[in-house]
Design a protein around this ligand. Structure first.
Ligand code: AMP
Ligand code: MG
Length: 448
């Protein structure tokens, strides 16, 4: 039901579209792969910087990290119990308890100065270093401690009621990591677990690849800032914000330059502010019906290519660079103006570029295969990226079109958690057919 309204095409019959498919293939169009290669080949990982540990989340390690210490530093107890000598408890059982003198207590954070000698035990808490002389920890549950407490007896002595193997419930020093060991390699993405590992080594900073500064510039005389009643003929600028959020979400550092009007002075002025950024992303002004001024200015200020990419949405794409001071150059990606096109083009080209600069080796979103619940149509031999809601039932993924697929229908992007692909050489993918799906999110509806 959802898929039958395809924006500008909704007034036409599907049969007619199928007949027309492939007829008007524009030979100048680049394949998605070709455009991707041309873009991605211009990017490489940025330099390293040392940042406070918490700021390294989502970044990529620039150097190998070797451990400065053993982890755990000292052999310690895995349980609350009694540190004993294994030789003292051989053959112990519920009906053959071994009585030991309790000579002390050691809690986490302390080091006992006492030694466990034959016939003695030291009460020990989880994480406390195992005292000299002890080699095994007997948990409380394997002793008569509870009965003693109930009976109001002293804990100066304890009955051990189990025979445990040598070393039971003792975590040896260096069990996790030994001093000097390579713990994390350069190129490792930093998640919560890596933050934890680095913190466990006593590190309060990490050497990571720099986060690219991405200047974001919307263009168009119709764009109007949020927070004020809309004037006639205007629309609110959404691309600046969806793109900035997408930059943030993939680990980049957005720098919002606002809106450039469709005139020479304004656009040139805004482009001055791109200095020092690692990537410039513009939106709009790259399709055929535009004021040529955007294209002209970009071309004058650097080297720009304007491409048609064999995909829907997001056919028009600009890519090149702006000249900076001293012969430097800043890559510029010109996204199409339609809000969904801008986001899909960002997904396909900008996100991998940003991830490359961050030092990630895996650039693509995860893909799954799923069964379509409604058809996806391909009107003109482009690769279709349909916004879909992906769910999983009994181990099978299902993709349902997330509403009308017009490139201006941003709410269907909001409903989607994936992009289902209809290849360029097929007129449609039918309900029941299996498609490749790019997963944008693994939301709660997708059980993994
Ligand atoms: P253009 O590429 O300039 O022809 O723009 C294509 C469509 O996208 C037009 O309908 C524009 O109004 C719309 N558009 C352009 N920029 C934005 C923006 N920043 N936010 C929302 N819509 C936009
Ligand atoms: Mg425009």
């Amino acid at each position: 039901m959802q898929s039958h309204s395809h924006g500008a095409h909704s007034g036409h019959g599907h049969v007619q579209h199928e007949e027309h498919a492939h007829r008007h293939v524009d030979e100048d169009m680049l394949s998605v792969e070709e455009a991707y290669q041309r873009v991605i080949s211009c990017f490489s990982p940025l330099g390293a910087e040392t940042v406070p540990l918490m700021e390294s989340l989502g970044r990529v390690l620039a150097v190998d990290v070797h451990s400065p210490l053993d982890l755990p530093p000292l052999a310690n107890s895995a349980m609350d119990g009694y540190a004993v000598r294994r030789d003292d408890i051989g053959g112990a059982g519920a009906n053959a308890p071994r009585k030991l003198d309790v000579i002390g207590l050691v809690a986490a954070g302390q080091v006992s100065s006492q030694e466990v000698t034959s016939g003695t035990a030291i009460r020990i808490m989880t994480g406390a270093p195992v005292p000299h002389g002890a080699d095994t920890v007997v948990p409380f549950e394997e002793t008569d401690e509870v009965q003693r407490r109930k009976a109001g007896q002293s804990l100066d002595q304890i009955n051990i009621q189990a025979d445990l193997p040598m070393g039971a419930n003792v975590r040896p020093s260096g069990e996790d990591v030994s001093s000097g060991e390579l713990v994390l390699t350069a190129g490792t993405p930093i998640r919560a677990a890596e933050i934890g590992v680095l913190a466990s080594l006593g590190l309060d900073a990490a050497e990571v690849r720099r986060s690219p500064v991405v200047a974001i510039l919307a263009t168009g005389d119709e764009l109007f800032p949020a927070g004020r009643p809309l004037e006639p003929g205007k629309i609110y600028d959404s691309n600046s914000f969806s793109v900035a959020a997408a930059v943030l979400a993939c680990g980049g550092t957005p720098r919002l330059l606002g809106v450039a009007r469709d005139n020479l002075e304004d656009l040139q002025g805004k482009l001055e502010q791109t200095a020092g950024s690692d990537l410039v992303i513009t939106s709009a002004g790259v399709s055929k019906g535009d004021y040529d001024i955007v294209k002209d200015v970009l071309t004058q200020r650097g080297e720009m290519n304007f491409w048609s990419v064999r995909m829907r949405p997001a056919k028009p794409l600009a890519f090149g660079h702006l000249d900076g001071p001293g012969g430097s150059a800043i890559p510029l990606l010109g996204l199409p103006g339609n809000p969904v096109s801008a986001m899909v083009a960002f997904e396909m080209f900008a996100r991998p570029a940003i991830r490359t600069m961050l030092g990630y080796r895996r650039l693509a979103r995860p893909k799954v295969q799923g069964v379509l619940t409604a058809p996806i149509f391909n009107y003109d031999g482009r690769r279709v990226y349909a916004r879909v809601e992906v769910t999983r039932t009994d181990g099978i993924y299902y993709a349902s079109p997330a509403g009308p697929q017009g490139s201006n229908i941003l709410t269907s992007m909001s409903r989607a958690n994936g992009l289902a692909i209809c290849p360029e050489d097929l007129p449609k993918k039918d309900a029941g057919e299996t498609v490749d799906i790019i997963m944008l999110d693994w939301n709660e509806e997708v059980e993994v």
